[in-house]
Write a protein that binds this ligand. Structure first.
Ligand code: SF4
Length: 340
């Protein structure tokens, strides 16, 4: 669970039930400073003279506010829309895409006007009828570490349980799932966990849950009947990478109830980076060991018009064959959605 060093309440946020609950949870906690804004000047209340410091202070700051414009961003290809419940994440994953996307806003922001957000989701579902409309809850965040006191996911899961043509999905690297286990979800919410080898987690994913904790949480939500999926990402090539990823898959196979093996979805994503991401990562983590040598990669233009450094075709071919063979031998009839 995320315990913020400071919580900044934007003007009006304490008028909402969720805002009040967050305030009551932390008001007597001596480790958390409470700041009530009369304006919405968030950044002035987060210390840090440069990006390095601002990142670390921002990652310890919770901003409680409201979602103003209610036009949802598209979330192709994995879903139709992003559901804007939360942005930001307490994790310090060095390669995280949020370092680039939310570079100057590393703080965690909760939108307390969840009724407005779900009302808007309902409108999109009606517009999409009779097709199913899918909403992604973690496009710009990891929503789990704040769930014990926001109950934002709980509200959302119960909302989608009643929507015949609405589906919800989110992904996490955390294990605070207890409050989700007894909800009526109606199989309309898919919970995915991002996994990696112990070595990658230890080296690059500071302030996230351990591999075992993530798998334990996955077992719990699968026993609670949720559809479950796994993203193995980012895959790094290093000495013994095959034996480490094989061991990860074996642990997963041993831990998960056999009855769900055939319904699991797998998504496998190799590591890639942009020049902009590399510059930001090197500023925030000057000691980083994330492999980002251009001469060891090939440059490829993506669908959004900018290029990324990806592993070589030979390496990607080897990776695809490896994961396909290993996953299919362990999880009969599972769904490998893609390996890229
Ligand atoms: S847990 Fe996910 S969202 Fe959070 S820092 Fe790590 S990669 Fe980014």
């Amino acid at each position: 669970m995320f315990i913020p060093r400071r919580i900044i309440f934007e003007k009006g946020s304490l008028d909402y039930e969720m805002g009040k609950n967050i305030y009551n949870t932390f008001k007597d906690n001596p480790l958390t400073e409470i700041i009530r804004l009369s304006s919405n000047r968030i950044k002035e209340n987060i210390p840090g003279k440069d990006l390095y410091e601002f990142y670390r202070e921002g990652k310890n700051t919770l901003v409680v506010g409201t979602k103003k414009g209610l036009k949802f961003q598209s979330c192709k290809p994995s879903a139709n829309y992003q559901l804007p419940l939360i942005s930001g994440c307490m994790g310090h994953c060095e390669y995280c895409y949020l370092n680039t996307n939310l570079g100057d806003k590393p703080y965690i922001k909760i939108n307390v006007n969840i009724d407005d957000i779900l009302y808007q989701a309902e409108k999109y579902i009606r517009e999409g009828f009779p097709e199913v409309t899918v909403f992604e809850g973690s496009a710009t965040s990891d929503p789990i570490p704040v769930e014990p006191y926001t109950h934002s996911l709980s509200r959302t899961i119960e909302f989608f349980a009643q929507e015949e043509k609405g589906r919800f999905r989110f992904v996490t690297k955390y294990d605070d799932v207890e409050t989700l286990l007894n909800l009526r979800h109606n199989n309309h919410t898919e919970i995915r966990f991002t996994l990696n080898t112990e070595r990658v987690i230890k080296e690059y994913e500071s302030r996230t849950s351990s591999l075992n904790k993530r798998i334990e949480a996955a077992v719990k939500v699968s026993q609670a009947g949720y559809p479950v999926g796994f993203i193995i990402a980012p895959v790094f090539f290093y000495d013994n990478w095959k034996s480490d990823y094989r061991s990860l898959l074996n642990t997963l196979h041993r831990s998960l109830p056999k009855v769900i093996h055939s319904s699991i979805g797998f998504e496998i994503i190799s590591h890639r980076y942009t020049s902009r991401a590399k510059n930001i990562i090197e500023e925030i983590f000057p000691e980083t060991k994330v492999p980002m040598k251009e001469e060891e990669r090939i440059f490829k233009y993506g669908q959004f018009g900018y290029g990324k450094y990806i592993y070589t075709s030979q390496q990607l071919k080897e990776m695809k064959e490896f994961f396909k063979t290993e996953i299919e031998s362990l999880f009969e009839s599972c769904r490998i959605k893609y390996i890229i």
